[in-house]
Design a protein around this ligand. Structure first.
Ligand SMILES: Nc1ncnc2c1ncn2[C@@H]1O[C@H](COP(=O)(O)OP(=O)(O)OP(=O)(O)O)[C@@H](O)[C@H]1O
Length: 264
């Protein structure tokens, strides 16, 4: 399906995810109201806005994580590379291998460091044998900037790592299936400034290979890591533009008020 480009779309970049008139309901609560946007490939898009405005809800539409929430209903169109994410033929498990997710709180499985990363490639049959799986695990841990810290203890439990290391392990787990889009829901909120800086550096590197979408409460972080920013307020997307423009010369008063700390 080819959609007309939106005016504020990803400029000349290739569009990876397109949303048109997306609405999300939790029972009677109308959490996302008619959101349309295009997310560029090989770039970082930040979602900002006050608590409860719907950032996480919209993020979860992109890999159908909302399917797992009882009473949650999504309407409208969401496309990945022009293909309908909500088509009946789409297997959400396969979709989530293409659209990986990293959560606010690091959530390693109660398994070894190696098995945490090998989990996705194993269930999706991405490695022909042990040597290939070893190579996938090493590459994912290297990309997540964790390899040097764990290469001598791959059999140790993932839950025994520090918070920042656990979050990088979860990033390694998410990228081991070679996703095309990586969704990050406040990935640094549980981390100290050093671990946060490491994750931000990593995001900068990851965007060479993926489309990254990050929900953040830190405007400094959005400004540092993203090229595009969407500002949400009370379930609507108020403004979506180049990050530099959002933070220097937004066109909507509500965006201006939020970035200057007048509410939220
Ligand atoms: N599982 C759920 N069941 C019912 N309502 C929900 C659920 N998750 C979110 N909501 C409601 O949907 C709205 C948007 O919530 P959401 O978590 O997406 O906002 P957010 O912008 O990500 O907030 P925060 O920044 O605090 O994480 C809120 O009114 C919230 O109460």
């Amino acid at each position: 399906m080819i959609l007309p480009r939106l005016q504020d779309a990803a400029d000349n970049a290739e569009v990876k995810v397109s949303a048109r008139n997306v609405n999300v309901f939790y029972g009677q609560t109308h959490a996302i109201k008619d959101v349309s946007l295009d997310i560029a490939d090989k770039s970082v898009t930040a979602f900002i806005g006050p608590s409860g405005c719907g950032k996480s809800t919209f993020l979860r539409c992109i890999n159908r994580m909302n399917d797992t929430i009882e009473g949650c209903r999504v309407t409208g169109t969401l496309l990945l590379d022009g293909e309908d994410i909500y088509a009946p033929a789409v297997d959400p498990v396969q979709l989530r291998a293409r659209v990986g997710m990293v959560f606010q709180k690091p959530n390693p499985f109660p398994k070894s460091i190696y098995d945490n990363v090998a989990y996705g490639p194993r269930i999706h049959g991405l490695a022909a044998g042990k040597a290939e799986l070893d190579a996938i695990v090493e590459e994912a841990l290297r990309k997540a900037a964790l390899w040097n810290e764990v290469k001598d203890r791959l059999d140790a439990p993932g839950t025994g790592l520090s918070g920042g290391q656990q979050q990088r392990l979860c990033i390694a787990r998410a990228i081991a299936t070679q996703p095309e889009v990586l969704l990050m829901d406040e990935p640094c909120s549980a981390l100290d400034p050093i671990a946060t800086a490491q994750i931000e550096e990593l995001i900068e590197e990851l965007r060479e290979g993926f489309s990254v979408v990050i929900v953040t409460h830190s405007m400094q972080q959005a400004a540092r890591v993203s090229q595009k920013t969407a500002f949400f307020h009370m379930g609507t997307m108020v403004e979506y533009d180049d990050t530099t423009r959002i933070f220097t010369n937004p066109s909507d008063q509500r965006t201006q008020d939020y970035i200057t700390g007048r509410f939220g």
